[in-house]
Design a protein around this ligand. Sequence first.
Ligand code: GLU
Length: 476
Amino acid sequence: MIRTRFAPSPTGFMHIGNLRTALYAYCFARSQNGKFIIRIEDTDRTRYVEGAIDRIYRTLDACGMKEDESDRIEGACGPYVQSKRGKIYAEYAKKLIELGGAYYCFCDKERLESLTDEIGNRKYDKKCASLSKEEIAKLLRLGIPYVIRQKIPTCGTTLYTDLVFGEIQVDCADLEDNILLKSDGMPTYNFANVVDDHLMGITHVIRGTEYLSSTPKYNLIYKSFGWDIPQYMHLTPIMKNERQKLSKRDGDANFEDFTAKGFLPQAIINYIALLGWSPKNNTEKMSLSELISAFSIDGLSKSSSIFDEAKMKWLNSQYIKELPFDEFNKLAIPYYENSLIASKYNYSMFSSLLQQRIDILSEIPEMVAFIEQFENFDTELFVRQKLKTDKVLAKLVLPKLIDLFKNLDSFEHQSINDSIISLCENIGLKKGQVYWILRIALTGKESTPGGGIEIALLLGKNRSLERLSLSYSLLH
Ligand code: GLU
């Protein structure tokens, strides 16, 4: 049975690179009828951020990625939070010492500092690896603080085959005898990831490339214990540009930054799925279940991809368009509440105009602002070469539109449209020309939700007439 895991550290927001790791681990497990496990890696208490665990679960829920085992869903391999597994690590660290894969190190801070070279690098010199059994027993009896370090062979090479990157080989001489268990008894990542992946029966470890070159070192621990080594897939980072990773400092690297901007979770995961993986048929718009069916390891990329917000916006607009109307309206409400039209109108009228026109929900306040806001605008907006409209034409048409509006008995779509059509016939203009002039005159804006008639209906007859007159006066 395939078992994958997502092992986030609760250090703040959910970076979309991490979310993508979760997504691939989830899709791979589901595509193989396997299990997807969540493990919280919180042993570094200095980086722990209150509320971060809730945010992890909240994000996965919003994206529809349900795990099979975690701290909130019972499973056979718990606890699934590393800070609750202290005893397990201590026990396995001692076992590893007995097996010759690790040793006690009693070196104090001063001594370790003295090992720093001129350029600031420090590598432990394995001094404690050669302590005798008697010396160790004595130091332990005296209560001297210690850490437990991995014992790396002094020569030879270690290698493994990554499912994305192929063979990775390192010289043992280049590896350090890293700390596995700290003096406070807490494990480091170097140890905890191995013990947990083994005890949780993880068959495929899917994580970022930052672990690609330390994995041979972790494999030495598996070997010392005589455990099966899992398969590995290391994933390239998501980049901001050719050289820089997309980072928190860019302001836009976290899942919630994007949802706050009005991206839908399904569009976010669809887009990030394609950053580092491509389906065989090159489809772009894919739901989570389609991603699961299409997911395959050979689609994973060795080179990193650059995040393109415009592309994600396009995908988002596709998802917005196909939402059931009520759902779209519900999602849009907070954005109306936060706009100039807040609690003044029936929002669903706007939603029916906006759903097919916006890319992200946060465009809504700006798109509806014209209803309450109408100021002197640049009359150059009447000029549209493609339609052959200009200010002279606007000056000619506006009085006619004012008369037309005044004389309408019923202010409805059909009747306005019919009268505009006969106006066009009378004065020999195209519908598009009159609509353009009407829309600019009613809003003073180049892009608006809906055409002239829809906007006139939102404004009502009196306000439409006021605006037409005002626009006309601007042309003098
Ligand atoms: N806690 C590690 C991280 O957030 C997880 C690495 C792994 O998946 O093994 O980077």
